[in-house]
Design a binder for this molecule. Structure first.
Ligand code: FAD
Ligand code: NAD
Length: 462
């Protein structure tokens, strides 16, 4: 078969690219090796992890805060099997929704593993698919550390952590990044002891350091999570149902910790296995990524690459934007995508979210900036719900007041960050947001107050 566009990979990058291509009238094929569409995000990533985060948070609230609200609950229990089944249903509904969208947009979905036969032809099983343009959206897989081989039972990756059949007694988490904190929170809320070993001196190193610092205190106090920072994990060994993780502490001395499960969450690697890139005249860089130019074209101008398989943060909404960008580019349009303004979120409770520059980045750059912060505890809305932890921090250019970054730790930060993205896309100043009406009582008032604080220290409610 011959197509205008063949997309390899049915994750959020690939299926969104296919949808945009169909909207623009291209005859489009979407090739996915698994039987369900949606990729990592819908099947073993964003959606199932959020389903378990929501279920575990409900249990945590019922067991810890309901009584304060005057609600009595007797014989509270956790049925992990039911929780996992509910998560599976959420995933099924979501992936089926993508099937519907493909049909509605007349996109040919071809199930099978694609590999390049040449720069315009793909082998999928015994079919040959030819296309004028190709988008590689093959995503990523969990990374391993030398000395650790996940066995999928006790030494696990995020994929298995989303379908455990029992609650761990003591979960060891290698990596205090986003997956480590999200999935660590799920099991800590359900009553597991959780110990996180992190190589750097702070949690979620990619985000503004104030978020990791404060979150560490909150998760320790709220859920009893233990954090071993500055610990470089060197290996893990399993004996029966016990796993021992060996690490070097900040002084370089060997330590070990033993638990009954170990989650390896040390990042993800781009996935190009069996793709036959060389047959298309393509190669990967030293980190396994497919190099692209600013238009997301590979070294073959008609082949684009997007999402986790290229440079940049491994986020579903980044993959989606790149999918749309690549299709509009190949159609000769002039799309806009500012990678600096792709927000990042950690779905702990409270949630953490940020967009733009971090304070540590501005310091390193020697940029002159000012800050405005506002704590959620000073908001009526937060006191009403009991979600008093966290803050909004605004970073703005010292001379022009243009917002350079906004970082939030607090209730609904994942949703609140959208206002920051809109403001920054339009190059707003802190005073612009400070002068806009924010409904009362809402968590969003913290955004306005932080912007007021950045504007000549004018915060009202503190
Ligand atoms: P993928 O989603 O990985 O999709 C690639 C697809 O290509 C896969 O379906 C794969 O089977 C297919 N494929 C690969 N090779 C071939 C081939 N040769 N032939 C045919 N098909 C092939 N991101 C967020 O933004 N928010 C979150 O809350 C979030 N939570 C996450 C939680 C977890 C536990 C994990 C693991 C990830 C999470 N992510 C989250 C990251 C997000 O899932 C990824 O950034 C996103 O899925 C990347 O999209 P993609 O389209 O590039 O690749
Ligand atoms: P990550 O990069 O966020 O965190 C990995 C952590 O492991 C880092 O903090 C790193 O310092 C640490 N580490 C590496 N080697 C170590 C060692 N030897 N010993 C101890 N610690 C070590 O990666 P992740 O948490 O595995 O997540 C993978 C990707 O999935 C991320 O890029 C993330 O963007 C994406 N994701 C996003 C979300 C979300 O958007 N909410 C949720 C889950 C995953």
């Amino acid at each position: 078969m011959t197509y205008d566009l063949a997309v390899i990979g049915g994750g959020p990058g690939g299926y969104v690219a296919a949808l945009r291509a169909a909207q623009l009238g291209l005859k489009t094929a979407l090739i996915e090796k698994y039987s369900t569409l949606g990729g990592t995000c819908l099947n073993v990533g964003c959606i199932p992890s959020k389903a378990l985060l929501d279920s575990s948070e409900l249990y945590y609230q019922a067991s810890h805060t309901f009584s304060e609200h005057g609600i009595g609950v007797s014989e509270l229990s956790v049925d992990l099997n039911q929780m996992i089944q509910r998560k599976n249903k959420v995933v099924e509904m979501t992936t089926k929704g993508i099937d519907f969208l493909m049909k509605k947009n007349k996109i040919d979905v071809i199930q099978g593993h694609a590999s390049f036969a040449d720069a315009h032809t793909l082998n999928v099983g015994d079919q040959k698919i030819s296309a004028k343009h190709i988008i590689i959206a093959t995503g990523s897989k969990p990374s391993n550390l030398p000395g650790i081989t996940p066995d999928g039972e006790r030494v696990i990756t995020s994929t298995e952590a989303l379908k455990l059949t029992e609650r761990p007694e003591h979960l060891l988490v290698i990596g205090g990044g986003i997956i480590g904190l999200e999935l660590g929170s799920v099991y800590a809320r359900l009553g597991s002891k959780v110990t996180v070993l992190e190589y750097t001196t702070g949690l979620i190193p990619g985000m503004d350091e104030s978020i990791g610092k404060e979150l560490q205190k909150i998760l320790k106090k709220q859920l009893g999570m233990q954090f071993l920072l500055g610990h470089q994990v060197k290996g893990a060994t399993r004996e029966g149902n016990q796993v021992t993780v060996n690490a070097l502490d900040p002084k370089g001395e060997a330590i070990s910790v033993t638990g009954d499960y170990c989650l390896v969450a040390v990042g993800r690697r781009p996935y190009t296995d069996g793709l036959g890139l060389e047959a298309a005249g393509l190669a990967t860089d030293n980190r396994g990524r497919i190099p692209v130019n600013q238009q997301l074209q590979t070294s073959q101008a008609h082949i684009y690459a997007i999402g986790d398989v290229i440079v940049g943060p491994m986020l579903a909404h980044k993959a989606e934007e790149e999918g749309i960008f690549a299709v509009e580019s190949l159609m000769g349009q002039k799309p806009h995508l500012d990678h600096r303004l792709i927000p990042s979120v950690v779905y702990t409770w409270p949630e953490g979210a940020g967009v733009g520059d971090t304070e540590q980045f501005l310091r390193e750059q020697g940029r002159e900036y000012k800050t405005g912060s506002f704590p959620f505890k000073a908001l009526g809305r937060s006191r009403a719900s009991g979600d008093v932890e966290g803050f909004v921090k605004v970073l703005a250019d010292k001379a022009t007041d243009e917002i350079l970054g906004i970082h939030i730790l607090g209730a609904r930060a994942a949703d609140l960050i959208a206002e920051a993205v809109v403001a920054m896309e339009y190059r707003a100043s802190a005073e612009d947001i400070a002068r806009m009406s924010h409904a009362h009582p809402t968590y969003s008032e913290a955004m306005r107050e932080a912007c007021l604080a950045a504007t000549d220290n004018r915060a009202l409610h503190i």
